[in-house]
Write a protein that binds this ligand. Structure first.
Ligand code: GLV
Length: 305
């Protein structure tokens, strides 16, 4: 019977889809599986179901001679060395589509949260700092009539854009190499929706931040390293932008203290796809990819990098 390693707990209803076709080895250690443990457990496995905190590189793949598939429970797959997997005949799959709407909704939660100072107000009340209503108290920015700049016109970027008319915003799109400068110069909210790749690492650097309007907000729900965090802290310190909302960070779960110090930075712990419905759908898609490959069929959502 084929053997499947699961590096994290997923809903039991989803695990049960693997029975009776496969034997499941579930890592129950809590948190990320240590690398040695991952390699040891992979030695006799045919399939791996992993998450974005697991770095799957050539070294790990070499510890898994019988492996046929790496099913990543995430749409992003920068944690997997796809060429190394291909070279070893191992399929790689991700979980596109099922999380698009959840991430788009969360992106709007961040946009509204930062422009209307939601978390800042919450902090103020909890610190007993609220002295009462005033006409000019804690004013935010209005979205109506403003421009949303979306870097990355993929599935998630388009789903975010689809919600913009409800707030009276116009939208412009850019890719990393087309239209980015113009987007940065003209947008009131800049939202990042590109995958992390060597070409997008630190795409938002000092130069990019300096191009943004002083009244503009930066939102990142994609991957932390797309934004140079040091450059962002500099831009915030110099008041080159109005604020930032970040769901992802360079070295999660570390969040630089330089960013925590700003009231005009909204910080969330990588929650973009974190709804019960979506996380279940992501796990189920990963399992269905594994079942397809173990049956000898094509995977449903292969990564073709
Ligand atoms: C989450 O970050 C994902 O890529 O699905």
């Amino acid at each position: 019977m084929p053997r499947v390693l699961l590096t994290r707990r997923i809903p039991s209803s989803v695990i049960s889809l693997l029975h009776p076709d496969a034997h499941v080895d579930l890592y129950e250690g809590g948190g990320a599986i240590p690398r040695d443990e991952l390699k040891r457990r992979l030695a006799d496995k045919d399939a791996l179901i992993c998450v974005l905190t697991d770095r799957i590189d050539g070294d790990v793949l070499d510890a898994a001679p019988a492996l046929k598939i790496v099913a990543n429970i995430a749409v992003g797959y920068d944690n997997v060395d796809v060429p190394a997997a291909r070279a070893r005949g191992v399929a790689v799959t991700n979980t596109p589509d099922v999380l698009t709407e959840a991430v788009a909704e969360f992106t709007w939660a961040l946009i509204l949260g930062i422009v209307r100072r939601v978390a800042e107000g919450d902090r103020l009340i909890r610190a007993d700092g609220w002295k009462g209503w005033a006409l000019d108290f804690m004013l935010g920015a209005e979205l109506r009539g403003k421009q949303l700049g979306i870097i990355g016109p993929g599935r998630i970027g388009r789903a975010v854009a689809a919600r913009a008319p409800a707030f009276g915003m116009s939208t412009v799109f850019a890719t990393r190499d087309k239209g980015l400068d113009r987007l940065l110069v003209t947008s009131d909210v800049v939202s990042i929706h590109v995958p992390l790749a060597p070409e997008t690492r630190h795409l938002i650097d000092r130069r990019a931040l300096a191009r943004m309007k002083r009244s503009a907000f930066l939102v990142n729900t994609a991957r932390g390293p797309i934004v140079d965090e040091e450059a962002l802290a500099w831009a915030l310190g110099e008041r080159l932008i109005a604020g930032a909302a970040l769901d992802v960070f360079n070295r999660e779960p570390d969040v630089p203290s330089a960013l925590r110090e700003f009231e005009n930075v909204l910080l969330t712990p990588h929650l973009g796809s974190a709804t019960r419905e979506t996380r279940t759908a992501m796990a189920e898609l990963a399992v269905r990819n594994v079942l397809a490959v173990l049956r000898g069929d094509e995977p449903l959502t292969p990564v073709r990098a």
